[in-house]
Write a protein that binds this ligand. Structure first.
Ligand SMILES: CC(C)(COP(=O)(O)OP(=O)(O)OC[C@H]1O[C@@H](n2cnc3c(N)ncnc32)[C@H](O)[C@@H]1OP(=O)(O)O)[C@@H](O)C(=O)NCCC(=O)NCCS
Length: 177
């Protein structure tokens, strides 16, 4: 079942399936080179990863410090072009650094508005859950991600520097009402 469809780009966001393993592992291998956690538990067998995603989506048996959230693949035709994580609430750490939404697009599919479509759909999803002020953060040296957030209506609150985190984080709020 698709979770969201973007009419303009044709992009579908949906939970991962058994048959997605090869493409998601390929995406992970690409993004890990950029230091981005595309899969959260690449070391686990695929079925266990899907179980974790399912439990987190249902908010069942969450480990300490994890909140309910959706891990969704972005599909364009036959290709899994990226992924998005939509967290339904903020912990103190997410409020400082991580935000409600995290996303990545595989290098071959960048520059055609897909991340913008993914973030827009995610904000819409959160609005449906009652989250109307959505925090999205990016590294201060990530102009592509800052452009995506700003295209989606993000208003910069501040740029925070953390002792053990470099570079600084740009923290934006997107209002969805
Ligand atoms: C950031 C990322 C998701 C963007 O994906 P994408 O599908 O290319 O994004 P879009 O095509 O929707 O938009 C990219 C925007 O960045 C702009 N952009 C791209 N490179 C840029 C650069 N070097 N400087 C300034 N703007 C840049 C584009 O012009 C576009 O803005 P526009 O729509 O206003 O023209 C992708 O580069 C990525 O996955 N990076 C690695 C993971 C990551 O950084 N994730 C975000 C974590 S906060």
């Amino acid at each position: 079942m698709p979770w969201a469809t973007d009419a303009t780009s044709g992009l579908v966001l949906r939970p991962p399936r058994m048959s997605d393993e090869d493409q998601l592992r390929a995406g992970h291998a690409e993004l890990v080179q950029e230091g981005f956690p595309y899969l959260f538990h690449p070391e686990l067998p695929w079925g266990e990863q899907l179980d974790l995603v399912d439990r987190e989506a249902r908010g069942v048996d969450l480990p300490p410090g994890r909140v309910r959230g959706d891990y969704l693949v972005a599909q364009l035709g036959p290709d899994l072009v990226g992924r998005v994580s939509v967290r339904h609430a903020l912990t103190p750490l997410l409020l400082e650094i991580g935000g409600h939404v995290g996303y990545a697009v595989r290098p071959a599919f960048r520059g055609r508005g897909l991340a913008t479509a993914m973030l827009r759909s995610s904000v819409h999803r959160l609005a449906g859950l009652g989250v109307t002020e959505v925090l999205v953060t990016c590294d201060d040296d990530n102009p592509a991600s800052a452009a995506v957030i700003e295209r989606c209506g993000g208003v910069l609150e501040d740029v925070r520097r953390f002792a053990d985190e470099a570079p600084a984080k740009r923290r934006y709020w997107i209002r969805s009402t």
